[in-house]
Ligand binder design. Structure first.
Ligand code: PAF
Length: 281
């Protein structure tokens, strides 16, 4: 596995890989890898000739007072894990090279970014789309892999790829979960023992919503009320948002019909966790 920091060196290697006619699968991450990242990387490895992963804790997507400084980092462990899934190239750019003095270009996807995490974290998605557009330009992947846990991020990036005519296939893979159902996230590390135990209420309430829909409940307010009630009973849990939206424009629904996304962000103390399920009725 090659470990590369400099942008010019990366571009040279990518040029050679392309010259050899190899396909490139890419998994961008912010590091502190878990099984969710590894499953994306395994698929990227299986579906492509050359697998690239990046680790970059992107300052641009963190708001003031968010956890940029505290975001968990463990490069040594990440390196071992990346090797264990057959990564060919690990890209570790610096913030100085990604955003040199005078940097002035940003990518903004409108509308899709207005609700859910976009409303709770103003500016977050401009940071995500800008860095991912830059990474796509540097790595030139044939396929790039993202998890459904960050469903809005994946939909926004899919729109960016489409609108900017980027020549790659964006693949969204199912959320990887702990044995009790909690969606894997690097931020789970922040949870205290008790918060970790209680955090399972998020997926339990989403599953309860699915059951209600299976039983024929179609009214969105009724389903949201049931989720609110269940989550508010969990100690320390505070709902940041809970939305039931369509999967095209991410607009709120009044009735469950067709394909819809139930997405929630819940805070346990200072730790904000997100999760979602897609329903098809
Ligand atoms: O999902 C993440 O880890 C980040 O938002 C991403 C896509 C690597 C961009 O920084």
């Amino acid at each position: 596995m090659q470990i590369i920091q400099e942008l010019t060196l990366l571009k040279k290697i990518i040029k050679d890989v392309k010259k050899d006619g190899l396909s490139i699968g890419f998994v961008p991450t912010m590091g502190f890898l878990h099984e969710g990242h590894l499953s994306l990387m395994r698929t990227a490895k299986a579906e492509n000739d050359f697998m690239v992963m990046s680790i970059f804790v992107n300052p641009l997507q963190f708001g003031v007072g968010e956890d940029y400084e505290d975001y968990p980092r463990d490069l040594e462990r990440d390196e071992k894990l990346a090797r264990s899934v057959g990564c060919d190239l690990m890209f570790l750019p610096s913030a100085k090279e990604m955003y040199p003095a005078g940097y002035a270009t940003f990518v903004k996807v409108e509308k899709l970014t207005e609700r859910l995490c976009g409303a709770s974290r103003p500016g977050h998605f401009i940071g995500v789309t800008t860095v991912v557009a830059k990474l796509f330009n540097l790595v030139s992947p044939d396929r790039a892999y993202f998890g459904q846990k960050d469903a809005q991020q994946a939909f926004v990036l899919r729109k960016m790829v489409q609108d900017l005519n980027m020549d790659l296939n964006l693949i969204i893979l199912p959320t990887t979960r702990e044995s009790d159902g909690l969606a894997m996230s690097s931020r789970n590390k922040y949870l205290t023992f008790e918060q970790r135990k209680n955090s399972v209420v998020i997926i339990e309430s989403l599953k309860m919503a699915e059951e209600l829909a299976d039983q024929g409940v179609r009214n969105v307010e009724e389903i949201k009320k049931a989720i609110y009630e269940k989550i508010s009973k969990a100690k320390d849990a505070r709902i940041d948002y809970l939305e039931i939206v369509d999967t095209e424009k991410l607009l709120p629904l009044t009735e469950i019909k067709g394909q819809c996304l139930i997405a929630a962000a819940v805070k346990f103390g200072k730790t904000r966790l997100i999760d979602n399920i897609i329903l098809e009725v």
